[in-house]
Design a protein around this ligand. Structure first.
Ligand code: MN
Length: 273
């Protein structure tokens, strides 16, 4: 009996060890770019850590998905956590990348497979300062049906005339694992995004951009909420969407108002630590 419980305890310990070990460490091992790292902007890193925790707390990111921010030190660099669950991210996990998605000084950290979502959008869109990639369940139906994700209320106004849908089969064939694994697929995704704020990835998720980290987080959260509401409305009948003019006006208002939400979300995650 004693031996059996000892074995059980040992098995549990092994299991716990493997769970702890799997939180970080997947993804790609990539050699350093060879470029010099920039001086660390501790405040920006703290904001990025908060963004990871907020998006996990709000249910936009689960064990998967990621958020990045363009470096305050150099617009040709961005910061993103190493491969791992966003809810567990700390300042020590943040890695600096160049716009070819090469980590500058990764140490022994693995980096996310889908980092090309970020690098190629930053390359194509100088106005973009932060990006969220998620598999938020609410958006998935709008990537796999003819229904367009469009703004049904003022909080989703940044959806404008509707989110474009990226079809990976067009450039990469019908046998991929759906992931954005190469610069070429990332560039095609950025092209589909165009000047929009959100692009849906068919059968996968979405990518949301903002002119600041709080704006990208705000939009990622309200992309999922708008999708939930739009699906609910479609079940009731014909939907009365925002006009493009209403969408534009509400987006201008929200650009200021979103800081109220950002401060609240930061406090909420800080209180949980
Ligand atoms: Mn993904």
């Amino acid at each position: 009996m004693a031996l059996r419980s000892l074995r059980a305890a040992g098995a549990a310990w092994l299991l716990l060890g493997s769970i702890a070990g799997s939180a970080f460490g997947q993804g790609d091992k990539v050699a350093p770019s060879g470029a010099a790292a920039h001086a660390t902007d501790a405040a920006q890193i703290a904001e990025l850590v908060a963004a990871n925790r907020i998006l996990a707390d709000q249910g936009v990111l689960d064990a998967f998905g990621h958020v990045s921010v363009r470096s305050s030190q150099d617009p040709s660099r961005f910061l993103q956590a190493r491969s791992g669950a966003p809810a567990l991210v700390t300042a020590a996990d943040i890695v600096e990348f160049d716009l070819d998605a090469r980590p500058v000084d990764p140490g022994d950290k693995s980096v996310p497979l889908e980092r090309f979502i970020h690098s190629e959008i930053y390359k194509a869109r100088p106005d973009v300062k932060a990006i969220v990639h998620s598999h938020a369940p609410a958006v998935i139906p709008f990537g796999i049906t003819a229904e367009k994700l469009r703004p049904v209320y003022h909080m989703g106004s940044f959806l404008g005339t509707g989110a474009p849908v990226f079809e990976i089969r067009d450039g990469a064939g019908s046998a991929t694992d759906l992931l954005i694994r190469t610069p070429a697929i990332g560039a095609a995704l950025a092209k589909t995004l165009g000047s929009a704020s959100v692009v849906l990835l068919r059968g996968h998720g979405d990518a949301v951009v903002g002119t600041s980290l709080p704006e990208a987080v705000f939009r990622a959260i309200y992309t999922a909420q708008n999708a939930d509401l739009e699906a609910a409305a479609l079940r009731l009948g014909a939907v009365n969407f925002l006009t493009p003019e209403e969408a534009k006006a509400a987006t201008a208002t929200n650009a200021v108002a979103l800081n109220k939400a950002w401060l609240m979300w930061k406090q909420q995650v800080a209180a949980k630590r």
